[in-house]
Design a protein around this ligand. Sequence first.
Ligand code: PLP
Length: 293
Amino acid sequence: MDRVYLNGRFVSREHACVPVTDRGLLFGDSVYEVIPAYGGVPFRLAQHLQRLERSLAAIRLDNPLSRSAWEAVIGELCGDGGGEDRSIYVQVTRGAYPTRNHRIPAEVTPTVIAFSSPIPQRDPRIAQKGIAVITTPDIRWHRCDIKATTLLANILAQAEAVEKGADDAIFVRDGLATEGTASNLFIVAENRLITPPKGDQLLPGITRDLVLELAKEAGVPYRETPITVDSLAQATEVWLTSSTREIAPVVRLDGRTVGDGRPGPLWRRMDRLFQQAKERLRQAARKRDETNE
Ligand SMILES: Cc1ncc(COP(=O)(O)O)c(C=O)c1O
């Protein structure tokens, strides 16, 4: 993180301070976005800004910036790594006020934060060996479709996974597997891709939508339908998707082997298509830079 956008200005990291009375800190009264950028270009920016708009509306907070102002801020931060892959973190809180009070103030001055960090290179062992996950009861609230910063249940589920020697956890509510602690869920059953439908039990993931788009283009049959714990346990492939994790193949579920214990054939196909989509973005950026030179 080289510099931080804070309330209208770019400041150095050590000068990026928010008051201790900020409602984001006191109540988790805030929403966020994480936008990957490849070759200095944000990936699926319009979709991320649309989801931010939706999250803000859901918590009754006006969007503090116009679409073009967000694009300008995020565009600036994308350039910080000299074209390396980065993720842009954006957070809007309901702001800081003199007294700690749950009531939403009549006059709201939000706190707006954005910064970028390098996206770590994907560990090649994941493509070869996959990841291990556990299932855990979903103790979150009933608006998981809002990208809110209140992530304590996600953090505890992730900690439980690590404690049990796994990489991550999948939430289960009312007998249905909904999503990962920071990712959406896909399974393969009878050669068909399945992901739970959007609703208040899961985040409408941008990567999820992209995977479905790529599946459609490639003629891979898919369905958006609830995933029972039984169908999860019987799936031949299980994947977790997110902007920073991309498509992660799960090879162990609650200590049992998924499929033949290796990343599956449909995962390899979808991962290839996903990498090609990223590469197209990088190439477009290179072409744009060459034209501007
Ligand atoms: C709970 C949860 N579900 C799903 C996702 C995946 O969303 P996206 O693909 O937009 O990164 C995330 C991403 O952080 C998440 O936190």
